[in-house]
Design a protein around this ligand. Sequence first.
Ligand code: 4NP
Length: 156
Amino acid sequence: MKKNILFVCLGNICRSPSAEAVFKHLVEKKGEEGNFFIDSAGTSAWHAGEKADARMRRHAKKRGIELTSISRKFVPEDFDRFDYIIAMDRENMDEMKRMARNKNDLDKLHMMTDFSQKFNYHEIPDPYYGGDEGFELVLDLLEDANKGLLDHIKSS
Ligand code: 4NP
């Protein structure tokens, strides 16, 4: 059965479009793209309609990962369309918890870092106001945690 996965951050221009692209890259490498629908969204509409942040796109491209998504706001209907909704940080998680309509919605929410294998971070830190190293850290954390997410989905 096809699984629908949604990655969520604040602006949907740095972390969640990267998570989307990293997860797509991972499942494509394994020839499993037919088993997934993968998307991303932001809890704010501040950047709705925009491409991912140019700095984030540049750092991802160095790793062979292309960010193609256009920013959109997370809406309550996303709870109906997705099986796994993955928050990048605690603030994103709390905002979606407030929007959840029932226990079924709440059960779909997970923290990205809960799937980390090598790293011991509790959130994917927001790179927007920082330098190059923040964007690299986002990608390091996402490459690791997305492997864990794929393992989790396949074993559940
Ligand atoms: P993101 O990063 O949530 O990872 O997309 C941010 C993007 C924009 C802003 C903050 C964080 N902003 O303040 O506009």
